[in-house]
Design a protein around this ligand. Structure first.
Ligand code: A3P
Length: 326
């Protein structure tokens, strides 16, 4: 057998396999060989169980805030570089490696500690359910493959709302929603094909090649999140299989001044999101609204198909958008 010194061997290897030059972090707990050589103090418990992937401007900050009010749900520690978002899977942070990412979910002593939680007047010791919200994940081609390699069983939450709610350039990335969701899920779909998962859902041939585990993806109606967050948080807890359910009805209250739901602080005091979240916009003119509806018909139809396959509710705005464009 012929071999070379390590560096030369690596150079030769990557010449032969240039597609492997970009690392992909797999889940060490899924590979007995990796698990064996992992330091004793490392555990996959310090990886998130679900991700909120955006897109931006769909209510991700409100969703994040409501989730962190839950006694058993914890997000990552804030990143000093990107405000609260870690933004691991989409950019250069990915090259900082797994330890860098996991530190965002650990306490100072390097573990994920159980904590005393009280829900419905019942106290119990629980491990937190960890999640991460990076609204930039939605728009990045690299994220599906990377996220799926590390967190193949993570649940994914995606708020989506009506296209022409407001004017402006920012709408465009919201409008691209349907096809981006499909892209994001393709990686999980491929893997779902390879494991014989009885509850996987298969698209009609040629339809987008979508195969999803229905229990992994939840599309959240952004309009409902805005107008009735208590119901959304109830359904979301069911989707995440959280037990017992935390009652948000006494914790969230509509704030007339803000025009949105906010956290209840005391009898007369609410804590709302900052001034740059929840602004008032003039209505979009009907010509632009019509144009956008028509432009996104194909994507909206794809989203409806996917929601049906996932056995999830079709939001009213989506029914209306499709109704208008036909
Ligand atoms: P604007 O930012 O245009 O005011 P994101 O956090 O993903 O960027 O989304 C921001 C949008 O969330 C807000 O739009 C607003 O429409 C929506 N939103 C939903 N629920 C909200 C809440 N309770 N408070 C403030 N904004 C909320």
């Amino acid at each position: 057998m012929v071999t070379l010194p390590p560096v030369l061997l690596a150079e030769k290897y990557f010449k032969m396999h240039p597609d492997e030059l970009d690392p992909i972090w797999g889940n060490p707990c899924d590979d007995p060989r990796h698990r064996k050589i992992w330091a004793n103090n490392k555990t996959c418990e310090s990886l998130p169980q679900f991700l909120v992937i955006g897109p931006q401007k769909t209510g991700t900050t409100a969703l994040y805030t409501f989730l962190t009010m839950h006694p058993t749900i914890s997000s990552n520690k804030p990143s000093p570089e990107t405000f609260e978002e870690v933004q691991f899977f989409n950019g250069k942070n990915y090259y900082r490696g797994l330890d860098w990412y996991m530190r965002f979910f650990m306490s100072e002593n390097g573990t994920v500690e159980q904590r005393n939680v009280t829900i419905n007047n019942q106290e119990s010791l629980k491990k937190p359910i960890l999640f991460e919200k990076s609204a930039t994940y939605f728009d990045n081609e690299l994220v599906p493959r990377r996220a799926h390699a590390l967190l193949p069983r993570a649940k994914i939450l995606v708020p989506a709302h009506a296209c022409p709610q407001r004017p402006g350039r920012r709408e465009l990335h919201v409008l691209r929603g349907a096809d981006r969701v499909v892209n994001f899920t393709q990686e999980s779909q491929r893997s779902a094909e390879s494991v014989s998962e009885p509850r996987s859902v298969r698209a009609a041939p040629g339809a987008l090649g979508v195969v999803l585990l229905p229990q992994q993806l939840l599309i959240i109606d952004g309009d409902e999140l805005r107008n009735d967050p208590v119901s959304i948080m109830y359904r979301l807890q069911q989707f995440l299989q959280i037990d017992p359910l935390f009652d948000y009805s006494s914790r969230l209250r509509y704030d007339k001044n803000k025009g949105f739901y906010c956290q209840v602080i005391s009898q007369n005091k609410n804590k709302c999101l900052g001034r740059n979240k929840g602004r008032q916009y003039p209505a979009m003119d009907s010509k632009s609204a019509k144009y956008l509806n028509v432009y996104y018909t194909t994507h909206n139809s794809a989203l409806v198909k996917m929601l049906k396959r996932l056995d999830q509710q079709i939001p009213m705005w989506l029914r209306e958008d499709l109704g208008q464009s036909s």
